[in-house]
Design a protein around this ligand. Structure first.
Ligand code: NAD
Length: 514
């Protein structure tokens, strides 16, 4: 993850190596080459070598994309709901047809394994499918005869140009969370994807064009802090959706709202999974291993800490440990691989450093992924396990965002609950138990936005909304689902009457309904 203080411009110089693919912007329905002279390297994490160079937009280039989006807004919001729904169905069909093509781009630049990448595209597709129902989703309310001869009704209208700024870990799905509902609502969109894995966004833009989306409705500008700041300050951006790490999310929310924008900024996480002594330990171990190491732990909903209550601890740790040697780590295109590399060398090294700090601060290192990582130049780290983690350790305090699972041991449910509620984040959490009463109490007590009961990664389906609490979300709207539709539209209430002109008179009193 990038720290807020990271300076722009620290990027590799332009290369003439023909094995390095240039990755350009997409504005007004076509590829637009960058003119800033700045690029950023894109890597194939399994091979550990640079595969691409993505343009980094200047303030002027961002401005040009916003102008195109603004000019297109007037005609796009005028398109009928029937036509917009038809276009969303076309988009759905094309994304579905090209699911594997998109997934392969994710494997090449992010590193996740193909089956996981296919899962990512499928979850994004579900949000597109939700947006196909836009005529129903935008239905207003109507009150006939609110006063004598007076009707009142509500409508929702698009906000204008919407910007989306997205993280590296879901390069297809998270943009889909944003652009699908935003454009279905009648907005135009400027996407600033992660500079680490930008190709899926450009490929998607081409699909949207092929589906018949008018040019200028969906635009992609690549970039770093320069581009993000330009979007945050641009007067013609009405709303901004962000997903990324907490320091940047806080900055986006504060800066965007200061510039008069509607902002939803989803941040990082530290997701706890409680295992009560009555839980099925084998099932809990399967769930913990799947949720901790899937996508090499680079998921904001990954289980990062297992909290074993009472005597669940020893049996659970043994069951988790037993599963680790069976996990195949390797190139994401190899069908045998279950876990791929980390996104960059720097991130891999930072994740690995928690094994050292964990050991120094008193945790037991039960599996050290440096010893089991595949050989070669890839940014691999094997599955890693820390036991006896405590709240004062870096491995607990930080969002590691890698394949390092921590186990904490506590004596009671109350102690486990307190751990979660005292943690600054509040994204996802889960409880494993056979006791329905305790599970229901947990759902009532816990301070987190997404709760799993015997479900380790409770990402809501597309017709609910996704979002955390506390430092996992800035702003009051969760993303996609009903709250997404609400975020990308503004309400208007119309009070209407058609009186007989003969009854008209001057009345300076405040309008009464009775
Ligand atoms: P990041 O915060 O480093 O980057 C996110 C976006 O912000 C990128 O587009 C990046 O270019 C931009 N950015 C980075 N530094 C910036 C700066 N100084 N100023 C302005 N913009 C900047 O996050 P990441 O490393 O790409 O993604 C991983 C993080 O995202 C994790 O913390 C993870 O938990 C979080 N995440 C959260 C959710 C969620 O739904 N809450 C989902 C996915 C990922």
């Amino acid at each position: 993850m990038t720290e807020l203080a990271s300076a722009p411009g620290e990027h590799a110089p332009e290369t003439t190596d023909t094995s390095i693919t240039p990755i350009h912007h997409w504005v007004g329905g076509r590829i637009v080459e960058g003119t800033s002279g700045r690029t950023s390297p894109v890597f194939n994490p399994s091979m550990g070598r640079q595969s691409g160079a993505v343009d980094l937009a200047s303030v002027e280039e961002v401005g040009q994309a916003v102008t195109v989006a603004k000019e297109t807004f007037a005609s796009w919001r005028n398109v009928s709901l029937a036509k917009r729904a038809e276009l969303m169905f076309n988009i759905r069909e094309l994304v579905h047809t090209h699911k594997q093509d998109i997934a392969k781009l994710l494997v090449a630049e992010h590193g996740k394994v193909l089956s996981d990448a296919m899962g990512e595209v499928t979850r994004g597709l579900e949000v597109i499918e939700f947006a196909c129902g836009i005529p129903t989703l935008l239905k207003g309310e109507f009150s006939e005869q609110a006063s004598t001869g007076v009707d009142v009704y509500s409508i929702r209208q698009p906000v204008g140009v919407v910007a989306g700024i997205t993280p590296f870990n879901f390069p297809a799905m998270v943009p889909m969370w944003m652009w699908a509902p935003a454009i279905a609502c009648g907005n135009t969109f400027v996407l600033k994807p992660s500079e680490k894995d930008p190709s899926a966004s450009v490929f998607t833009a081409e699909l949207l064009r092929e589906a018949g989306l008018p040019d200028g409705v969906f635009n992609v500008v690549h970039g770093d802090k320069v581009a993000v700041d330009a979007l945050l300050e641009h007067p013609d951006i009405a709303a901004l959706s962000f997903v990324g790490s907490t320091p940047i999310a806080r900055y986006i929310y504060e800066t965007g709202t200061k510039h008069g924008k509607r902002v939803q900024a989803l941040g990082g996480a530290k997701n706890h999974m409680i295992v009560l002594p009555d839980a099925d330990i084998e099932m809990a171990a399967d769930a913990a291993v799947s949720a901790a190491y899937g996508s090499a732990g680079e998921r904001c909903m990954a289980v990062s800490v297992v909290v074993a209550v009472g005597d669940a601890g020893d049996a659970l740790v043994a069951a988790i440990k037993e599963r680790l040697p069976k996990i195949t780590v390797g190139d994401g295109m190899d069908p045998a691989s279950e876990m791929g590399p980390l996104v960059t060398q720097a991130h891999r090294d930072k994740v690995a450093s928690y094994l050292d700090s964990g050991a120094q601060q008193g945790a037991s290192v039960l599996a050290d992924g440096r010893e089991t990582a595949p050989a070669g130049d890839g940014f691999f780290l094997g599955v890693s396990l820390l036991d006896n983690v405590t709240t004062d350790m870096d491995a607990y305090r930080d969002e590691i965002f890698g394949p390092v699972l921590g186990v904490m041991r506590v004596d009671s449910y109350d102690e486990a609950l307190k751990l979660i509620n005292d943690n600054p984040y509040g994204n996802g959490t889960a409880i494993f138990t056979r006791d329905g009463g305790v599970a229901r109490q947990f759902q009532f007590d816990v301070e987190a936005g997404m709760v799993g009961i015997n479900v380790p990664i409770p990402v809501p389906v597309a017709y609910y909304s996704f979002g955390g609490w506390n430092a996992s979300l800035f702003g009051d709207s969760h993303i996609y689902g009903p709250e997404g539709i609400h975020f990308y539209t503004r309400g208007k209430v119309v009070t209407s009457r058609w009186p007989d002109p003969a009854t008209s008179k001057v009345d300076l009193g405040f309008p009464q309904t009775r």
